[in-house]
Write a protein that binds this ligand. Structure first.
Ligand code: SDX
Length: 429
């Protein structure tokens, strides 16, 4: 009977070691016993950018990149996008099970009644330049929230964690909308508890002089679906930041500010903004071949394409494409969609992209929908952050409750100078 183990022979010493294999992995710590001599620290595993390293055991999200599979707590993403709501999906990610009707009512009530932010945060947001990027405002405001809820430092207290989770899920749309209203010089539109989570977000974003904002149901549902699709994605860059900062037992606001900062990067959640800028730069179908050439020459990336895990089509991109048609029925068709579709058609048949397994990811089509709904391009990463908030919090909480976890502190392979003595300045060449 084959054993779930790895037999390793260290050719430096001729010694053989047997390492257990569990869940398709070996423990990197088991390599430490492999030494070339008595004063040897022991073998490390070297994995820049963690291309092949599991940082944790998690029960939240499952991805099969080769088969384009994404499941939250075992439920396929396409079923959740069709049948669930963002708040129900947030509950699922955080609690591990779909809620009963009563539990969902209680959950929605809790989120709805935490949407207002302290008036001093408005002053904080007012302090930014009018043209401050809303993601910079958002990251700062999330960090600033930690000063309003000092009890959030009690990360070991379940009730405190629950309160901060309610606050962060509830207040991120408010912070996002306030950052936008500051950007466009509009008065802040306060939360309307009569509306759904996404309906209220649209209200705070776009309410003008009407007494009561009425969200368009198709657009309200489209945003809800987009938030579901963005809700979690296992150990991506920003979630790793959430877990890493959270592992020092920093409060969840500070940890989530770090996660949002990581998401801001153009290779991650900032890609949706860059996709729109790329499509605008291309400008017409006729310009696509020249742009593809620039990509092949390594001059630019095809933003919204490629993924560390998905070496097949990102399942979220398929659902977003379907949602786009429903939105365009209301908003009118975004002309950039034709450029995006042609770009995708060309890329999917071009060996440069096929050989590198580059397919549209979640960011390729989302921005086209957001723009059609009159969100400015620099709000796109903020929209991604709202959607990802429950995932970050679920992963943060799972890390805190995981008895195997402790403060994250990777090792290194040192490549610097050997020991040397200090040289007085007069003797330096
Ligand atoms: C998200 O991790 C997650 O789960 C993230 C996310 C989530 O939900 O949290 O899914 C959200 O961040 C989606 C990705 C959004 N980013 C972009 O769309 C930016 C453009 N894409 C990339 O920069 C890139 O594809 C990454 C960052 C997404 C993945 O990069 P990898 O896995 O490190 O792959 P790589 O950079 O090593 O690329 C492998 C090859 C390289 O070519 P060679 O050096 O082998 O010749 O593919 C090329 C890359 O140059 N390549 C691209 C490309 N992406 C990779 N070439 C052109 N255009 C691209 N978009």
């Amino acid at each position: 009977m084959p054993k779930d183990s790895l037999s390793i022979t260290d050719n430096r010493t001729g010694r053989t070691y047997e390492l257990p294999i569990q869940d398709g992995a070996i423990r990197a710590a088991d390599l430490r016993q492999i030494k070339a001599g008595a004063d040897d620290f022991g073998l490390l595993s070297y994995d820049p950018a963690f291309m092949n390293t599991a940082s944790c055991r998690s029960a939240i999200t499952y991805i099969d990149g080769d088969r384009g599979i994404l499941r939250y707590r075992g439920y396929p993403i396409d079923q959740l996008a069709e049948h669930s709501t963002f708040l129900e999906t947030a509950y699922l990610l955080l609690h591990g099970e779909l809620p009963s009707a009563q539990a969902l009512d209680d959950w929605e009530y809790g989120v709805t009644h935490h949407t207002i932010i302290h008036e001093n945060i408005k002053k904080f947001i007012d302090g930014f330049h009018y043209d401050a990027h809303p993601m910079g405002v958002f990251v700062s405001a999330v960090a600033g929230l930690s000063t309003f809820y000092p009890e959030a430092k009690r990360i070991e207290d379940e009730t405190s964690r629950k309160n901060q989770i309610f606050r962060l899920i509830a207040k991120t749309p408010t912070l996002a909308a306030f950052a936008y209203r500051h950007r466009v010089g509009m008065p802040y539109a306060y939360p309307d508890n009569d509306l759904s989570y996404t309906g209220n977000f649209l209200n705070m974003m776009f309410k003008a002089t009407e007494v009561k904002y009425a969200p368009h149901p198709v657009l309200e549902r489209a945003i809800d679906v987009l938030f579901i699709l963005h809700a979690d994605h296992e150990q991506n860059c920003s979630t790793s930041a959430m877990r890493g900062v959270g592992s020092s037992h920093a409060d969840p606001y500070s940890a989530m500010a770090a996660a949002a900062a990581a998401l801001y990067g153009p290779l991650h959640g900032g890609a949706n903004e860059q996709v729109l800028r790329m499509l605008r730069e291309i400008g017409s179908l006729a310009n696509i071949p020249a742009y593809i050439q620039r990509v092949k020459q390594g001059e630019v990336k095809l933003m919204g394409f490629g993924h560390r895990i998905y070496k097949n089509y990102d399942p979220r991109a398929k659902i977003i494409k379907l949602t786009a048609d429903q939105v365009f029925d209301v908003t009118g068709k975004n002309p950039l969609i034709d450029i995006a579709l042609e770009l995708e058609r060309i890329a999917l048949q071009d060996d440069y992209f096929v050989s590198r397994k580059l397919y549209p990811n979640v960011d390729f089509y989302s921005g086209i929908i957001y723009e059609a709904m009159r969100f400015p391009v620099d709000m796109f990463p903020v929209l991604f952050a709202i959607g990802r908030t429950p995932g970050w919090l679920a992963q943060w909480q799972e890390m805190l409750l995981d008895k195997e976890q402790k403060i994250a502190r990777p090792r290194q392979v040192y490549t610097g100078s050997p020991v040397r003595d200090y040289v007085p300045i007069e003797k330096r060449t």
